[in-house]
Design a binder for this molecule. Sequence first.
Ligand SMILES: [Fe+2]
Ligand SMILES: [Fe+2]
Length: 164
Amino acid sequence: MPQLAEKDQHQEQDRKQAMKELVDALNEDLAREYQAIIAYTVYSNVLKGAQWMNIADELKKHAAEELQHALIIADQIDYLGGMPTATPKPVKVSEKPEEMIRFDLDNETETIRNYRRRVKQAEAIGHYALAEQLRTIISQEQEHQHDLATALGIDVPDVFCEGA
Ligand SMILES: [Fe+2]
Ligand SMILES: [Fe+2]
């Protein structure tokens, strides 16, 4: 039945397209993880003064966790047949401690927003193992976001606006 074969072909094309979009998006996530590793490494050493000592130590731990995330995402990109990127998203620098922590907080919020989308994309193509790994990463990013918001003395930004 040629009609059925044609339908199968369309489905296969759609799946391939969804897979390509997922790999491209994961590479954006990986570039964001590199950005976080660099930002936390630099900021944790630049933050000076007694009031920032605790958060500076916290940022060093974040840096190590972001590296773990990068390794997981790169591994998944490879597994899906893609090539992991070698380029980080640009890192903003500032002389002011509050501004540096604010950059980190904004990046964490953006990261969480993206990973929530990625969970949906992974599940849409039946890649449940990846979705589970992403959920574990999201819970760590939420802790990062919480640490940064606490250091700034503000509420944790809302990322549920897209119904994720
Ligand atoms: Fe991360
Ligand atoms: Fe993070």
